[in-house]
Design a protein around this ligand. Sequence first.
Ligand code: PEP
Ligand code: MG
Length: 593
Amino acid sequence: MKTVSGIPVFNGGAVDNAFGIVIGRVFVQESERLGIEERIIPTDEIENEIIRYKTAVNDTRIEIESNRDTTLESLGRNFADIFEAQIHILQDPRLLRETENLIRTKSLAAESAVAITHNAQIEIFRKLNNTYIAEKINDIRDIEKRVLRYLLGTRSESLRKLTEPVILLASNLTPSETANLDRNFVKAVVTESGGLGGHTAILAAALEIPCIVGCGNFLENIKNGDIVIVDAISGLLILSPDDSTIKKYQKIIDSSSARIENLDELRDAEAITLDGTKIEILANIEFPQEADNAIQRGASGIGLFRTEFLYLTQESEPTEDEHFGSYKRVAEVMDGKPVVIRTFDFGDDKESNKHGESTPERNPALGLRGIRLALKRWQLFRTQIRAILRASIYGNIQIMFPLVSTVKEFRQARYTAVKEFMDELEHDGIPYNKEIKIGMMVEVPAAVVMLDHFAEIADFFSIGTNDLTQYVLASDRGNRHVSHLFSSSDPAVLRMIHSAVKIADQTETPISLCGQLGGDPMRLAILLGLGLRSISCTPSSIPRIKKICRRIMIADCKRIAEKSLQFSNASDVQDYAIREMINIIPDLMNKIF
Ligand code: PEP
Ligand code: MG
C-alpha cells in the first residue's frame, strides 16, 4: 500500500460519493506521444500540403466551437470561455504564418511543421515558469493534439470509449478532456501536475467530480485496472490499498450514500440546533451559475463569491458591464438574500502573474496579492467596484476585501478607493446602494490580533481558514511537501478563530467563516463551540452541515471546542472531534470512522 498526496479539489462531492471518497479501478490516460518525425515532401506537393494544413485548422476550429457551445449550455459562459481562448490560440496569425512558412521554405509535411511551431511556442512559455503559463502550455498542447489528429487521421477515443466506472489518472488533462469527461463513468480524477487555479481543477469542481491535482510523479508503477482509493477531502490517493483500508473507506461511502438521499428534504429546513440556536448557512461560489446550486441546496445567501475566476477563464480583462452582468445575475437569483462579493484576490495560488507584477515574486503568498494588489491596480479595482456598486440595487450585495493585513489598507480601500468610485457614480447619476455593507476577510494573523481596530471600520468579518492556516503555520497551502503541517484543526489555528470570534462578539460585528473548514462535518461542532453562528461552504456541503446542526446542542459544542483548544497538535484534535461526533450523533457518524 502506498499513499500519494496532492491538492484536493473537493467541493462537496457528487451525489453518489457524497464525501468525495471513491474506491475503484484505475484508467490511466496515456500522455499522447504522437511521435511526429520530420517528413520532407516533394516541392510540387507544397501547395496541397498548405491546403491540408488549413483544412485541419478549420476542422479543429469547428470541433473546439462545438465543445464551447456544449460547455456553454451545460456549465455557462465562464467555462465556455476556456474554449474561446483556445480558438484565439489556434488562429494566432503568427502561429499560422510560421507553420505555413516551414511547409513552404523547408518542404516539411504539415504535421512536422505543426509539431515544430507548437513546441517552439511551448518552450517560450515554459521559460516564464508560473501557474498561468502552465495552463497556457496545456492549451497549446491540446490544440496541437487536435490539429495533428486531423492531419494524421487518428483520434484518441480512449476516454470516450469508457463503458464502466473508472478513476481517471493522468499526468495532466487538457481543458477539453476535462470538460468532456463522462460523469457516468469517470468517478474521480487524479493528476500529477496542475494547481487549484488550473483549468482541470476549475472544471472538475464545476462538474462535481472529486479530484486531486498536483500529486507529483506517481504514474510509473500503475496500470489499468489497479484498485485505488481517492480521498478528495484530504487529497490522498491510496495505491494498492489493503483490506482494512478498503473496509474503512467503504464504510464512509456506504454511510454517505445512505444519507444523501434524504438530504434534499433539508433544503427548506432551517439549521437550528437542538437547543434552539439558529445557524446561518451560506454558500461559497466561484461562478454566477452556481447561485442556482446555492438555492437548490438551501443556502440562506452567498457568503463568499470568489470573483477571480471571472478573470481567469477568459483571455481579455472582463469589462465593467461583464462584471455587472455576473453580479446582477447572482443578486437576482438570491432574491434579497445576502451576496458577499469578494474583490479580486489574485496572487499566490490564484495565478498572480497575469494580473500582478510582471516579474515573478520570490514569495507570492507574502507578496502583491488580494487587497494589496487592488490598491496598486487602481483601474482594475475601479472597474470591479463600479460594477458591484451598480449591481447593488438588484439585491442584498455586500463587498468584501481579501487578505487585509493592516487597518490603513482597509481604510484606503474603503474610504479612498470605494468612496471615489461612489462619488463618480453619484456625479454621473448612476444609482447604487449607498448603505452597501463593506467587510473583510480575516485570514492574516495580524488582522486577528488587531480585529478590535478593524471592528471600528468594517461592517462584517469572514474568517478565511485556508489562508489563515497557511499564515499561522507558515506552510504553503498548495505545496505537497509541507501538507503534513497544513491543518486547519491545528490548535494554533483554532485559537486564532476563537480570538476573532470573541472580538467580533464584543464589538458586535457580524462574523462568518468561509474557508474549507466550514464544510467539514467532523469539525463543525468545534466551530459552533468557538462561537460561530454563520458558516459559508460549497453548495453541495450545505445539506449535511444543516443536518448536523439540527442534531447537536451548543452546550456539547462548547465542551468539544474548549477541550480542542487545549490539545497540542492537530491530529489529537481531529481524533477527539471524530470520537465526540460519533458519541453525539452515532447514527449519522458511526459508519464513517
Ligand atoms: C480562505 O483563504 O480561507 C478563503 C476562503 O479564501 P481563498 O481560499 O479563496 O483564498
Ligand atoms: Mg484566502
